[in-house]
Write a protein of this length. Structure first.
Length: 241
């Protein structure tokens, strides 16, 4: 059991802000679009699509919205043609930042992302300038706020299922896998425990701490990026105080 808590350091804050801003359905629609575009619109054969649809339904996204996103991706409904773009750069104090975009107007989005970085003492870099500082991993979270899940039991189950690591933090267990083992571990664990979050994501190899003034600027950068409807995901290695 090792590592920092990505769940408490990043994800809960991100989820809370997404909910506050009322952009949950828009984000889900873009995730569904991407998964269906890459693997087809049938959830029985496209595991990635099934996962994002399950997330959308968990947030009470209407079935009509889900179907519309799938139809756009598969060309059975007229709509915008979205393009995936990844930006890499540095926040204040040299914090590594990766931003995943899904946009129908890359010129507009590029200008907005560049402005967000510049406004908050950051700067965009070349492709690959910070991605080497992150590992692509499967990431599964099980809430345990009431303390009913036995640590030894879930650790044994996770390791036997093929997990690389399990991190115990306040009120949750965080299971880390290779991308290849993610689905198998997720399916095994979901049969035993309620999963709060499951995704293949980028996890920092190391974390950076900042003085209070720079941390505030970094949080402002994150807020500004999250306000952009074209932003799908933000990865950074700031250790939030």
């Amino acid at each position: 059991m090792s590592g920092h808590s990505k769940w408490h350091n990043i994800q809960k804050r991100k989820n809370a802000q997404d909910a506050k801003k009322g952009k949950v359905f828009m984000r889900h629609a873009k995730d569904i679009y991407t998964a269906a575009k890459e693997g087809g619109g049938d959830i029985t054969t496209n595991a990635s699509l099934r996962l994002v649809v399950d997330k959308a339904k968990a947030d009470n996204m209407p079935n009509d919205n889900i179907d519309r996103a799938i139809k756009k991706a598969t060309g059975t409904l007229d709509g915008a043609n979205f393009e995936e773009i990844t930006y890499e750069g540095y926040g204040p104090g040299g914090v590594a930042v990766i931003v995943h975009i899904l946009t129908d107007n890359k010129n507009r989005t590029a200008a907005e992302i560049r402005h967000a970085f510049k406004k908050n003492d950051g700067n965009l870099g070349e492709s690959g300038c910070v991605s080497f500082m992150f590992d692509r991993k499967g990431y599964i979270v099980i809430e345990n706020e009431e303390g009913k899940i036995d640590e030894d039991e879930i650790t044994l189950e996770a390791i036997e299922a093929g997990a690389e690591d399990i991190v115990v933090s306040d009120g949750s267990y965080e299971i880390v896998t290779t991308p290849e083992d993610f689905e198998g571990v997720r399916d095994h664990i979901s049969d035993l425990y309620p999963i709060s979050d499951a995704e293949v994501t980028l996890i920092p190899q190391t974390y950076s701490s900042l003085p209070e003034a720079d941390e505030e600027k970094m949080m402002n950068l994150i807020d500004t990026l999250e306000d952009n409807e074209d932003v799908q995901d933000i990865h950074h290695n700031l250790e939030i105080s």
